[in-house]
Design a binder for this molecule. Structure first.
Ligand code: NOJ
Ligand code: CA
Length: 569
């Protein structure tokens, strides 16, 4: 019997509801669509769903601007449909984790409408209001999404603070009523039976008391420009450091950890629930038991190419920084980051590289998070036009490209697509039929469908093809589930100077598993210690499984994934 918790052995699958499946034929994904795909999720072999926000929202930031935490967005369906979706997942042993946005609400949330209605309103202090300074904003802070972090409200003559878009006012978490109101929200969904929360933007929940100026004299647009024009990694890093200095009073305040401990207590009132932080900061693990259960290893994906050296270094740093009992959590993309095929490819071997990278994600120590559509090898949609843009960040970047960098409209479009997030949020491609089977042919999907659905990048075609990416995902997920060492084992790197092959062990008391990933486009050898001689191949992209390897080394084909289990030890 495994002593690990379900969220340690599970593979999570992120559903971006708007783009997953449209059940009622209006071009927008919804619960009806999700419900139809529950069997597909079971067939694929995932264990838990992380659902991006499904709450009522004006959809400025596509659900990350909640106007009612107790209601379902009407275009996604009804509460009954939500409950049915959860029940059908649970019936299949798939857990459901919701996306809880704590830092801010929508500016249409009744709390904010009340708060802005008058200086004496009881909810005034639920948000962060300040009087003007010299007829301008109260301080020099920026919003990470562009422009000042303060928006003037003529009704009361004061400014309110927003780390993100102006339509996403930050809650004042120093007010105990705010905390109680949000804890009530958490309890409401836990009482309904959800299995936990992914916590949005946890690092932004508190700001420095007194709101001092960043006083760097820098401008966010200048950082954008310099980072865009950076020619070297060093220049890029310099721009990142400027960003960090500029935002140092707005993120990662120590107070947030007291709050996370309190939230953990709330969640602990229920058995077996999980909290996952949208943060890479290992301090959110607390002492390993008292804050968040999982925090994303985002540094792993911060590269153009995953190489053995990169991954070894990442693992060494990450695992040594974490408290002893904390559990890692790995991912290579989500609705904010580009698609794996596009992000880490070399333009020639994108498919093979994506396969190696998936094997990496599913064999590294920790809980893996997959993003919908990755399993068929969807790519970034770079063919979008300005009029297709739905992410306000794409439009913001477009304006900066034209006004700040003097780009032509075509160039601006190209860069804005890369900068914005629409490129990886296009509808999931279900079949080789108009609109990829996401919605009917005569309906316009909310974001254009990538045309490569007609070239085999769709679920139905790939289900029938044993050699497809989809069946590759399925095989690997199945293998993981049947190989305890891959789910629970320790991590031990081997052959550490090898520049081509990333080789490591995962081991439990009863099983030792060796993983060898050739991350390069040429054959390469990996060697391991003498006692690892009786290795039974349980998975390979290139050779027959079941074969016994006794040589103490392996010569791998370009981009070969090889996984073996030690027969006797
Ligand atoms: C992180 C979410 O993943 C992103 O999509 C959103 O724009 C911001 N938080 C603000 O909620
Ligand atoms: Ca719909």
């Amino acid at each position: 019997m495994s002593r690990k918790k379900w969220w340690q052995t599970a593979v999570f699958y992120q559903i971006y509801p708007r783009s997953f499946a449209d059940g009622n034929a209006d071009g927008i994904g919804d619960f009806e669509g999700m419900l139809e795909k529950v069997d597909y999720l079971k067939w694929l072999g995932v264990d838990a769903v992380w659902l991006s926000p499904h709450f009522a929202s004006p959809q400025v930031d596509w659900g990350y601007d909640v106007s009612d935490y107790y209601q379902i967005a009407p275009e996604y369906g009804t509460m009954d449909q939500f409950l049915q979706f959860m029940e059908e997942l649970h019936r299949r042993d798939i857990r459901l984790v919701l996306d809880l946005v704590l830092n801010h609400t929508s500016d249409q949330h009744p709390w904010f409408l009340e708060s802005r209605s008058g200086l004496d309103n009881p909810k005034r202090d639920w948000y962060i209001w300040k009087p003007p300074r010299n007829d301008g904003p109260p301080n020099d802070w920026f919003s990470t999404f562009g422009g000042s972090a303060w928006t003037f409200d003529p009704q009361t003559g004061e400014y309110y603070y927003h780390f993100f878009f102006p339509q996403q006012p930050d809650l004042n978490w120093r007010n105990p009523e705010v905390k109680q109101a949000m804890f009530d929200v958490a309890r409401y969904w836990l009482n309904l039976g959800v299995d936990g929360f992914r916590l949005d933007a946890v690092g932004t929940i508190f700001e420095r008391d007194g709101h001092p100026d960043h006083a760097t004299g820098d401008h966010l647009d200048a950082i954008y420009r310099d980072s865009r024009l950076a020619k070297t990694k060093a220049e890029q890093r310099k721009a990142n450091r400027r960003w960090q200095r500029m935002f140092r009073h707005q993120v990662d305040m120590p107070e947030v950890h007291d709050l996370m401990r309190e939230l953990r207590q709330v969640v602990n009132e229920y058995p077996e629930k999980v909290l996952i932080g949208e943060t890479e900061d290992v301090r959110f693990y607390g002492d390993g038991e008292d804050e968040l259960h999982l925090n994303f290893n985002f540094p792993l994906m911060r590269t153009d190419r995953l190489t053995p050296r990169w991954v070894r270094l990442n693992q060494r740093e990450r695992l040594s920084q974490m408290p002893p009992d904390a559990w890692p959590c790995n991912t290579l993309n989500n609705h904010d980051a580009g698609r794996m095929m596009s992000q880490f490819g070399d333009g020639k071997h994108d498919l093979q590289i994506a396969q190696v990278n998936l094997a990496l994600l599913l064999t590294l120590k920790g809980t893996p998070f997959l993003y919908n559509g990755e399993e068929i090898g969807m790519v970034n949609h770079l063919g979008l036009k300005v009029e297709d843009f739905r992410d306000p960040l794409s439009l913001h970047a477009y304006r900066l490209e034209v006004e700040l960098l003097g780009c032509s409209p075509q160039e601006a479009e190209r860069f804005a697509i890369e900068y914005g997030r629409d490129k990886c949020r296009t509808p999931v491609q279900w079949a080789n039929q108009p609109n990829a089977g996401f919605c009917p042919a005569d309906v316009k999907p909310w974001l254009p469908v990538h045309p490569n659905y007609a070239e085999g990048i769709n679920v139905r075609d790939q289900q029938e093809d044993p050699g497809s990416m989809l069946n590759y995902y399925r095989r690997l997920l199945h293998l993981r589930k049947n190989t305890p060492a891959l789910m629970e084992g320790d991590y031990q790197p081997l052959d550490e100077n090898n520049r081509h092959v990333f080789t490591f062990l995962r081991r439990t008391k009863n099983q030792i598993c060796l993983v060898a990933l050739n991350m390069k486009a040429r054959p390469a050898k990996t060697v391991f210690p003498y006692w690892l001689k009786n290795l039974r191949c349980v998975f390979s992209t290139h050779r027959k499984e079941g074969q016994l390897e006794r040589a103490g080394f392996l010569t791998l084909q370009p981009f070969e994934v090889w996984i073996g289990v030690v027969e006797s030890f």
